[in-house]
Design a protein around this ligand. Structure first.
Ligand code: SAH
Length: 266
């Protein structure tokens, strides 16, 4: 039960980019919200789904602008909930996949705020899917590893990744937040003995109309991404499954459900 006197926070996964890829439950909660705190990766169209009177607060990172610290975001969530508001915390993909959603949930719990997590479709899986790359396939990969390219080097980033171990594990490897680190981690995997011809792809702004896919090899992808000016948000996928991209891409490049229905109606 949502208690309006004490407020309530929905930690909502907004999906990978295409605004239609939010869940039904996520959309319902968003429409019920009085205050919305949203990130840079959230599709702008989703904000139009909120109640016109809802307060919309951008809390994402923006170059050249003051960025709210995580503890400041937590404090805002708690403040509005204590005012009795229904708060939607809208995060890209799934809230608990590299989105610091776990930290926000713990802060809410500590503050005694009632909250609910609504899972989202993570970019780690949906972006390759939309680009025609199945993250697993019986003939090519029976494991999927999702890692961050933004590793610890003394800051508050995630702990360091053992790239050598990953190179040996094989299967499919998806690297989030790894555009800048691409030359470094591909080099480490090559040095660990991974086949330089292993197929690799980088996908920018996947599932949106701006999606760009670059298919290359482990050896060549870093240079090609640089040449083609691939920028964040993008993810890298390494493994034999990437070889299916050429065959399957055409199948996934269909019009949206809405376009399809509109064309039938006319
Ligand atoms: N919680 C999110 C991930 C947050 S980390 C999720 O579950 O999807 C942010 C990283 O996700 C980006 O740096 C990028 O690597 C990846 N990402 C998010 N949206 C993406 C998109 N539309 N296309 C490609 N990569 C994306």
């Amino acid at each position: 039960m949502v208690q309006s006197e004490t407020g309530h926070v929905f930690l909502i996964g907004a999906g990978p980019g295409d605004p239609e890829l939010i869940t039904v439950k996520g959309l319902r909660s968003l429409r019920a919200a009085e205050v919305i705190l949203y990130d840079r990766l959230v599709a702008p169209e989703l904000l139009e789904e909120a109640h016109p009177s809802a307060l919309r607060i951008f809390v994402g990172k923006q170059p050249q602008h003051h960025t709210l610290k995580q503890h400041e975001i937590n404090a805002l969530l708690i403040k509005y909930a204590r005012e009795g508001k229904i708060v939607a915390r809208l995060k890209g993909g799934d809230p608990y996949v590299f989105g610091r959603g776990g930290e926000e949930a713990l802060a809410l719990r500590e503050a005694g705020i009632s909250f609910e997590v609504i899972p989202g479709i993570t970019s780690a899986i949906a972006v390759p899917t939309a680009a025609g790359i199945p993250v697993t396939h019986r003939d090519y990969a029976s494991s999927l590893t999702i890692v961050t390219g933004h590793e610890a080097r003394g800051g508050d980033e995630a702990p360091a990744i053992n790239w050598e171990a990953l190179a040996k594990l094989g299967g499919t490897i998806v690297v989030l937040m790894g555009v800048r680190a691409l030359p470094r981690f591909t080099q480490q995997m090559l040095e660990a003995g991974m086949n330089p011809q292993t197929p690799a792809a980088i996908i920018q702004e996947g599932t949106t109309s701006r999606q760009r896919t670059l298919v290359a090899t482990l050896e060549s992808i870093a240079l090609q991404a640089l040449e083609q000016d691939i920028t964040s948000p993008a993810l890298t996928i390494i493994g034999e499954v990437v070889s299916l991209a050429h065959e399957l891409h055409a199948i996934t490049a269909l019009p949206s459900v809405q376009d399809l229905l509109l064309s039938r109606a006319s």
